[in-house]
Design a protein around this ligand. Structure first.
Ligand code: UDX
Length: 451
């Protein structure tokens, strides 16, 4: 543990699982570097503060109604939080800043999607850094939304989805980071606000590493004119207790212990993605027909309008018997690190993508919304550490992809590239590695900020 720096950092995570995890990990990294940490959090989806006695927590009342808090329209929720949090957040932050008995606050570190925090920080004369929890490559695409709209790519037309985005190879129109179920204008405004308020910030922190996204990071450095700090992968340098909002079912690990090395397909689509009943059945039969062991996370709510497993075909569980294990939520980091896991069938949320890379686990990509399409295209076509399910989810296609990955020579090549990338992810955190150097740069930058 480094000497305490006598400075406090205030962190403000977006209250969604894929955003809370990296912010808590970042908090741990900065705490281990000697900073004191205060986390301001909404009462909605609040993390368990008792797991982090070394941080101060302040919970703000954002006053979401029950209907607002239970919506499946994530964009509507995020837009609303950017309105409802303004007053409570401003009050909380100014109270913290006026507490002269505490260490001085160097800066705010806010999730990029909480764009309103820039004007609050400005009004309190406090520097604001941004944590962008997704990759740099997808952020770059978000930053070109006005251009993409002008060129006619946005809003996406169904008839064009297989066409290339010629200005950003190898992306196809269907990979663009949109949320099909939400109003395009709502997304456009949220993205434009996020990008503009990021440009006004004092720097961006990324959960990525230079060797993985060099080209996107270089472009962002060139176009944003603010310091950029790729210091990931966070979870490999932070030993935080899990910030999971759902209980992780540990039976996964004892089940995995009984499976042969590199035999299991791990299937999980993160904390938000929802699929149709028809897609659920194709996944189920694809897994059953592949004859490979599988561990499948079926989160309550994964299948639109359904409770849990009531739509599994009759006899499915008996049919797959011991070969399949289904849970509501898994200890994902432990699962991916388990020697029995051969492949990760993922929605390519950024955390899942990075976690898979760090364990050298090849991916089957099935992006659902937002940055996931860009992430999946990079996995399949740029880093070439996975295979994407293109043009419709069909059980025969699933079986074919599983065979390609687990039996055929192509699978061997993909595995080798994945292990190579895993090595790079490890090296960047070594003493002179790119992320370690970037973290040193971030610390100097924070210490140089004058509020
Ligand atoms: C969301 C967006 O979907 C994603 O695209 C964006 O990059 C971040 O926010 P989410 O869909 O939940 O996140 O996916 P992901 O980014 O993969 O984060 C999920 C997190 O939950 C991961 O850290 C994963 O380890 C954890 N998890 C997932 C579990 O602990 N158990 C599980 O069973 C599944």
């Amino acid at each position: 543990m480094e000497q305490r720096k006598g400075r406090r950092l205030v962190l403000f995570p977006l209250p969604l699982q894929g955003h809370i995890n990296p912010m808590i990990q970042l908090a741990n990294i900065l705490h281990s570097k000697g900073f004191s940490i205060t986390i301001i959090h909404t009462t909605f989806n609040s993390p368990d503060s008792s797991k982090y006695p070394h941080f101060n927590f302040h919970f703000i009342q954002e006053n979401l109604t029950e209907t607002e808090a239970s919506t499946t329209d994530v964009l509507a929720l995020l837009s609303l939080l950017n309105i409802k949090c303004v007053g409570p957040f401003q009050d909380c932050l100014s109270r913290l800043l006026s507490d002269v008995s505490d260490e001085p606050v160097s800066c705010l570190i806010s999730d990029a999607i909480f764009h309103f925090t820039q004007s609050v920080s400005n009004s309190l004369n406090l520097p604001r850094l941004v944590l962008r929890t997704s990759g740099a490559s997808s952020f770059l695409i978000f930053s070109t939304f006005p251009f993409l709209r002008e060129k006619g790519y946005l809003p996406i037309q169904e008839s064009q989805i297989e066409e290339p985005v010629v200005e950003f190879p190898p992306l196809k129109v269907k990979d663009l980071p949109v949320v099909k179920t939400c109003h395009p204008e709502l997304l456009y405004q949220l993205v434009v606000n996020m990008v503009n308020e990021t440009k006004s910030s004092s720097g961006i922190i990324w959960n990525t590493f230079e060797e993985l996204e060099q080209s996107a990071l270089a472009t962002i450095r060139h176009e944003f004119h603010i310091p950029v700090f790729p210091i990931g992968p966070f979870h490999k340098c932070s030993h935080a207790l899990s910030s999971s909002l759902l209980t992780q079912d540990q039976s996964c690990i004892s089940w995995l212990d009984k499976q042969a090395p590199k035999s299991v397909i791990y299937v999980s689509f993160g904390s938000i993605a929802a699929i149709t009943e028809a897609e659920f059945l194709e996944i189920a039969w694809g897994l059953a027909n592949s004859k490979q062991p599988f561990l499948w996370v079926v989160r309550p709510g994964l299948v639109q309008g359904k409770q849990w497993l009531e739509h599994l075909p009759n006899g499915f569980l008996e049919d797959v018997n011991e070969r399949g294990h289904i849970v509501k939520w898994a200890p994902q980091l432990q699962v991916l690190a388990h020697q029995a896991v051969a492949t990760f069938w993922t929605h390519n949320g950024w955390n899942s993508t990075l976690e898979s890379i760090c364990e050298g686990v090849p991916m089957i990509c099935m992006p659902c919304f937002s940055d996931q399409g860009v992430n999946a295209r990079f996995v399949s076509d740029v880093w070439r550490v996975g295979v994407q399910i293109e043009s419709g989810l069909k059980r025969e296609k699933v079986e074919e992809i599983i065979r390609r990955l687990m039996v055929e020579e192509e699978g061997e090549e993909i595995r080798n590239r994945t292990l190579n990338l895993k090595e790079k992810a490890k090296l960047c955190l070594s003493k002179d590695g790119s992320s370690s150097q970037s973290l040193d740069g971030l610390i100097s930058h924070i210490l140089s900020l004058e509020s």
